[in-house]
Design a protein around this ligand. Sequence first.
Ligand code: DI6
Ligand code: FE
Length: 409
Amino acid sequence: MSETAPSCDTVWTGARLLPMSDGARPDGLPDVLIEDAVIAARDGRVIYAGPAGEAPAFRATRTIDCAGRLVTPGLIDCHTHLVYGGSRAGEFEARLVGVSYEDIARAGGGIVSTMRATRAASEAELVAASAPRLGDLIADGVTTVEIKSGYGLELAAERRMLRAARALGEKLGVSVSTTFLGAHAVPPEFAGRADAYLDDVIDGMLPALADEGLIDAVDAFCEGIAFSPAQVERLFQAAQARGFPVKLHAEQLSNLHGAALAARHGALSADHLEHLDAAGIAAMAASGTVATLLPGAYYFTRETHLPPVAALRAAGVPIALATDCNPGTSPLTSLLLAMNMGATLFRLTVAECLAGVTIHAARALGRKDIGALVPGAWADLAVWDVAAPAELVYRIGGRPLHARYWRGQ
Ligand code: DI6
Ligand code: FE
């Protein structure tokens, strides 16, 4: 036996393992718990994750005893705008005395005020300002985070945002997926000329940032205060011509049928979706587009129109959950709290919340190598000091993470 024992870098023993491997439950959700499991990793990748009784006798450089703790895949926050300059606490104060988010945006505040602060910041200043936010996510067991541009709204500043996002991943030991969101808002120098700005996004920024390898996906904000479906379509065609996957902020404040448009383009995800209708749900189900729900923004803007969770569930649309960490509508840096909000506000089940920050979040990023602990996947693990998986969703606050491993380290 020992002659043929496979060698590996690390073996974790004594785990109560939720591998989140696809479709293990009768309802298709992958949360079956394996008592007394072993996980083995070589070169940062999982080579075994399953019952201890069925595991080969590994020759491991390092053995870590999980002492019966719950082990899940490292969590994935698949929608954030966490790189930005400045603060919007003042706008929060204004909203508390009755000024609406749209009023603030039309008066040159909102996204544009963050744009000014972001344009004024160097790449190093963006990294320094954003590292604590990313640190908070990491302390919640996050091993992969998506970070969008969209507060530069000009080539040089969009580039600094994306470079800062990449630098943060290397600095803090977390996988970063970068999304180009040049079509987030029309900057003041293009006021009233959204199509001219979009030309700049499509013909200037997109090719330049693509050539620099800074883009993993392309997103847009499809909304009355942002870009129309026709404009989004133009951007999507340009993005797809360059081979980029697309995603969309859709149906957050109103129903412009953005989700159906995203689905027509085979988008990885459509996000927010409070005002999504039946046709949008059917289109998403047909295209396999993930519904990324953002309860932090729903909560913080005091939205009352719920996303159609029951209909999404009935249609079999995969649901992801994310923080939407941004200074205007979701200053949230806890993915565990987003799970709690997903359950409390949107009535997602515990299994749906767990899938929403692992396997379904991976799918929203177009990734098959994260989100589940299966052979070949990255050995991204979160080890938790909780008695049951439901506690990860149930608690409000607290820091249940015992240890986190990113690519086996
Ligand atoms: N939807 C949002 O909730 C954020 N962006 C978007 O497209 C808000 C961004 C901000 O207000 O800074
Ligand atoms: Fe967002």
